[in-house]
Design a protein around this ligand. Structure first.
Ligand code: GLC
Length: 625
């Protein structure tokens, strides 16, 4: 084990001891992780410990106290009072300073976790919504400064809100200093990227690589005229993939992690984490090394700033998802939180098909989350929705994955007869037939600009939020959805956005929009109050702590999704009618230990008819304790 005595030298004895105890605790995780990655693990592990020690020395008193508080309550992010919101700072409040004055809106919604979309300095011009970073140590100048970010984090902490920011790990902007130096021929920095003199190797990889942006950025490699060579660019041609097989890249990012943690950021969203490791003959996603990288970064962060959590943004099939929370040798050692993409997809799938059969099968067969991890659950985020329906799950239910995916695209683009949805097709892939969908929650639920089915829309919006909030984990609401925003009709008018219709569901939320929730009877008021109610009720239900497993009940009417959360304090049963008609459920199954069941979310009185059945109205969402 390597002890960084020199770096810690000037600290008071008790602080030094704290670091040494953490080092002892995390060294095995760290060493084990780098052993799986690099030929000289001892040197890499020692260098990471030095990074951790420097970050620890630089950490403020207040953040050291936060570390203590989190260590005393390690399940803080799994508790039912966690409720999230995600927004672009400029679209919500123009600046970081402005955001600090607009927190009542979030407080009233019940928010305790705030994801601020990419806010580090991006390349000029189109930058994929900030996901092409040119400087990880500076805030986007129009939003403010590092000091503003630190001040905002302090204010949020005082209000019981944990700040979350993106850490883009897979690629940097072509204008990032590392890429500029690589183009200038510096061998050290060329080795930060995947650069190829000709098409031979790229062609070999392309044989098994899927397309991420087939419309506006086909292929995964770009010929850079200044370089005169090919460079790996999974996403846009100005997003250069990093070479994580080079330990220097890991060291750089370990340092960036602690820089952000020391500004007071509590959760780092590990962007596009699935793509980090490249392996010929594979789709270059979800490779085992990705988990070793996360483990190394996490062990480093735990030594210096244990209040910091990692959230994996791995939008992958259900089978590949669980390892991001830790399976096998990485159990409990990788990300603390991961996006539950499958749940999101199945919520939309249930609403369109009016059947919970496929969702029940797919969600019910997912293994439970490890005890120290949990999900981010959501209905919408800033990205398009890709119909990640597993072919195996579909064929088990007697349908084809391809057919169901086609149906969902038809439904949510509004092409299907009888559809209430007004989404738009994003990235039509002619080879695979895939059509992903953009659109706000309201637009996809019937409350879009042409209000195809407003009453059903309200019910579906409430229902969808009630499902993701019952699941365990952190439910996150996407900005604008809390006000029932139908989307931004002028999205294409903004320079650089014209080809990317994901901007349709990234509307600006102004003070005037926020004020609308006080107008009785407005869409904004109805949706906001409904979601705030879900957050409020949830916060008081110990059964919704992430430690209580989610059980999907198999033997019920296909129109119902029924979920049980069993906890020592009692059981909660969530019953969700995903159809537009009345559905019944046997009352006797709701009676536990002779106690009368109570519906706490919609405040529905529970009664049994002469056949012993209780009837749920269309799109009802019941939480029964
Ligand atoms: C993630 C982001 C997405 C972005 C991509 C590339 O998937 O959510 O918006 O385009 O990464 O950084």
């Amino acid at each position: 084990m390597h002890t960084p005595r020199e770096i810690l030298r000037d600290l008071p004895a008790h602080r030094r001891e704290t670091f040494e105890l953490r080092l002892e605790r995390w060294w095995p995780d760290l060493h084990d992780a780098v052993t799986a990655l690099y030929p000289d693990p001892d040197a890499v592990a020692a260098a990471l410990v030095d990074v951790a020690a420097r970050g620890f020395v630089a950490r403020s008193e207040e953040l050291h106290r936060l570390d203590e508080r989190r260590l005393l309550q390690p399940d803080w992010f799994q508790r039912p009072e966690m409720f999230g919101y995600a927004c672009y700072v400029d679209r919500y409040s123009s600046t970081l300073k402005g955001l600090a004055h607009r927190l009542d809106h979030l407080g009233d919604l019940g928010v305790t976790y705030l994801h601020l979309m990419p806010l580090l300095r991006p390349r000029p011009g189109d930058n994929d919504g900030g996901y092409a970073v040119m400087d990880y140590r500076a805030v986007r100048p129009d939003l403010g400064t590092n000091d503003d970010l630190r001040d905002l984090a302090t204010t949020l902490r005082e209000r019981g809100i944990s700040p979350v920011v993106d850490l883009v790990l897979n690629h940097v902007a072509r204008e990032h200093e590392w890429a500029t130096r690589a183009r200038a021929g510096d061998p050290r920095y060329r080795n930060y990227f995947h650069i190829f003199a000709d098409r031979d190797t790229p062609d070999a990889y392309e044989r098994t690589l899927p397309e991420v942006f087939p419309d506006f950025a086909p292929g995964s490699f770009t010929f850079d005229s200044e370089l005169g060579e090919w460079v790996w660019t999974t996403f846009n041609e100005w997003q250069w993939d990093l070479n994580w097989a080079n330990p220097e890249v890991l060291l750089e990012f370990a340092d960036i992690v602690l820089h952000l943690a020391n500004l007071g950021i509590e959760v780092l969203r590990l962007d596009a984490i699935a793509f980090l490791w490249k392996r010929l003959g594979t789709n270059c996603q979800n490779q085992p090394e990705v988990h070793a990288i996360t483990q190394a970064l996490r062990a480093t962060a735990r030594m210096a700033a244990p209040a910091t959590l990692f959230k994996a943004e791995a939008i992958v099939g259900p089978r590949d998802l669980l390892p991001y929370l830790g399976l096998g040798r990485h159990t409990g050692r990788v990300s603390d939180i991961a996006y539950h993409n499958s749940l999101m997809v199945h919520v939309w799938s249930m609403l369109a098909s009016g059947s919970a059969a496929l969702a029940r099968h797919a969600l019910g067969s997912l293994p439970p989350t490890p005890p120290n991890g949990t999900w981010v659950t959501y209905i919408r985020c800033h990205d398009d929705i890709g119909w990640a329906i597993d072919d195996g799950d579909a064929s088990d239910r007697g349908i084809t994955g391809e057919g169901h995916r086609r149906f969902l695209s038809d439904w949510y683009s509004g092409e299907f007869d009888g559809s209430w949805a007004e989404g738009v097709v994003f990235q039509y892939n002619r080879d695979t037939g895939d059509r992903r969908i953009s659109g706000t929650t309201a637009a996809l639920s019937g409350l879009g600009h042409s209000r195809r089915d407003p009453d059903g829309g309200f019910a579906r919006i409430f229902l969808a939020h009630a499902i993701v909030a019952v699941w365990g984990g952190i439910p996150v609401v996407w900005s604008g959805d809390e006000l029932g925003s139908p989307g931004d009709p002028d999205w294409a008018a903004e320079p650089g956005h014209e080809d990317d219709n994901r901007w349709v569901h990234r509307p600006r939320v102004t003070d005037a929009d926020r004020a609308r929730r006080f107008e009785q009877g407005s869409d904004a008021q109805r949706v906001f109050d409904g979601i705030a109610r879900i957050a409020r009720v949830r916060a008081g239900l110990p059964m919704l702590h992430a430690e209580a497993p989610v059980e999907v009940l198999p033997d019920v009417d296909d129109g119902l999704l029924v979920v049980a959360r069993r906890h020592p304090s009692g059981t909660l049963v969530g019953i969700f009618n995903v159809t537009g008609s009345y559905r019944s459920f046997p009352y006797s199954r709701l009676v536990e230990s002779g106690l009368a069941p109570r519906e706490v979310l919609s405040q529905h009185e529970l009664v049994a008819d002469e056949d012993g059945l209780t009837w749920l109205p269309p799109y009802a969402a019941w939480w029964i304790v």
